[in-house]
Design a binder for this molecule. Structure first.
Ligand code: ADP
Length: 468
């Protein structure tokens, strides 16, 4: 601009000696086409030109002093290109030709409001940023939803399963594969839930089995009591209807009634005994006694019945005392029940042998007979309450099916085992093994009525086998 002005000057000066602008320069700058051309073609901004002089202060520091009326302007009028926009900026530059004249000329050029790409660039970047942020947000939402679903699905299944269990649906489980997709804690919680569900189902099954067993037991008891009571009522009716006049018939009915009363008494004693054994009300009187004494005394008590039935009853005992910790009364009851059965199911002329022997871990009592034997299909049931074999025939009528149940409970309470071997028509052998000390053995089994030993002692006379 300064060079153009100086070239245009007719005097070679921009500012004349009298402090006014050279007329040629003034004309050039006032020409609207000139500054507008610079504004539109080169500067792309409004151009303002102020012609002045350099003024120096005392310490020779120069400053610009504009000449009043020497201000020129050229407006930017061309249309902006795509993306360009006016910028609110102003840039001032000075030109000092230093042409050696006084006063020294100077030109101040101001470029204002230029076209730039800045705002469109900022807009573009802002747009990109907004799009980027939206995409990021969308990805975050999708990932969060996926993770939340992954973690909450097992929890939701747990909630559903526990609700259904509370409603009585005990087969509910949460698939472990599903739990593994969640956090470690949720997987662990699911495993614990499933384990708890299995335990609850098992407990329910045990309770259900106990309930069924109690129901069956009650039905059996009612049935067993009804038979002798019906017989007694019949005898009573017959006696009232006139049989009392006939001494023979009267004695016969009274004898039959006495037998039924004995049976009722025996039945009630056995039931009481069994319920005490099962409920744990009965505590064993364990002492380190000679086992031979308990067995021998039980066998002796059965000798009269054996003679009556024509069956040879013998006992084989070890020479030396066999001291094991046991309840002599209850073990006597075991032997007495087993021998009673053996005599009952052995025809006249047969033999029943009771053998006691010492074992490494305790003792063994074997009751063997040469009787009718037990069918293999019936063997698994003979220890159940009220079970009576189909082949027991006439002997069956005198039994109640409680004897072996009592035997098994007493053996269990001693921490022992009972087993049976039988061949139809050949005979049966019951084998009872007892530990030297029941306290060293875990007593009771889970799959049947619990038998406990640590409850208040109730001294009870051992019910004898039914009248044969
Ligand atoms: P019960 O009072 O009927 O004898 P138990 O519980 O003592 O009841 O016996 C159950 C069933 O087991 C008997 O009815 C019988 O069928 C069978 N049983 C028990 N002991 C013998 C045996 N020594 N010989 C043959 N069968 C036997």
């Amino acid at each position: 601009m300064g060079v153009l002005a100086r070239n245009e000057s007719s005097t070679g000066r921009i500012v004349l000696a009298d402090g006014t602008v050279d007329p040629s320069v003034d004309r050039l700058l006032r020409n609207p086409a000139f500054l507008s051309a610079i504004a539109n073609r080169f500067a792309l901004a409004d151009v303002r030109v102020l012609v002045g002089t350099v003024v120096r202060d005392q310490v020779d520091i120069p400053s610009f002093a504009g000449i009043p009326g020497a201000a020129y302007a050229g407006q930017l009028t061309v249309e902006p290109e795509i993306g360009q926009a006016r910028e609110d900026l102003e840039q001032i530059a000075y030109y000092e030709p230093n042409d050696g004249f006084y006063p020294e000329s100077a030109i101040q050029v101001t470029l204002a409001g230029p076209y730039t790409l800045r705002s469109s660039t900022i807009n573009a970047i802002t747009g990109l940023l907004v799009i980027g942020a939206l995409v990021g947000l969308a990805v975050a939402v999708i990932v969060a939803a996926y993770l939340a679903r992954r973690f909450t699905t097992p929890l939701r299944r747990l909630t559903v399963a526990s609700r259904e269990m509370a409603a009585g649906e005990m087969a509910q489980r949460v698939p472990t594969a599903l739990a593994e997709t969640g956090s470690v804690e949720v997987a662990e919680l699911t495993r614990q839930f499933n384990a708890m569900a299995v335990r609850i189902a098992e407990s329910m099954e045990i309770i259900r089995r106990d309930r069924d067993r109690s129901r069956d037991f009650l039905a059996d008891v009612s049935h067993e009591l009804r038979t002798p009571i019906a017989a007694l009522r019949t005898f009573n009716d017959l006696l009232r209807e006139g049989a009392v006049e006939d001494p023979v018939a009267r004695d016969e009915f009274l004898e039959a009634s006495a037998q039924q009363i004995d049976r009722l008494d025996w039945l009630s004693q056995n039931l009481l005994e069994l319920s005490k054994l099962d409920s744990g009300l009965l505590q064993l009187d364990l002492r380190p006694d000679d086992l031979r004494a308990a067995v021998e005394s039980a066998v002796q008590q059965a000798e009269a019945a054996a003679r009556k039935r024509g069956v040879a009853l013998s006992v084989v005992l070890p020479d030396r005392p066999l001291r094991i910790r046991h309840d002599p009364l209850r073990i006597g009851q075991v032997v007495s029940n087993l021998v009673g059965n053996a005599l009952k199911f052995t025809p006249r002329g047969g033999t029943v042998t009771v053998t006691v022997s010492s074992e490494r871990t305790g003792a063994r009592i074997v009751v063997a007979d040469t009787g009718i034997g037990i069918d293999a299909t019936e063997l698994p049931y003979i220890f159940e309450r009220f079970y009576r074999g189909s082949r027991s025939n006439e002997a069956r009528g005198s039994g109640s099916g409680l004897g072996l149940a009592i035997v098994r409970s007493i053996v269990d309470m001693h921490g022992g085992r009972i087993s049976v071997e039988s061949r139809l028509g050949k005979g049966t052998t019951f084998s009872v093994t007892l530990p030297a000390d029941p306290r060293s053995v875990a007593v009771g089994t889970a799959d049947r009525a619990p038998v406990r030993t640590h409850v208040t002692d109730v001294e009870e006379s051992s019910p004898a086998d039914p009248p044969l």
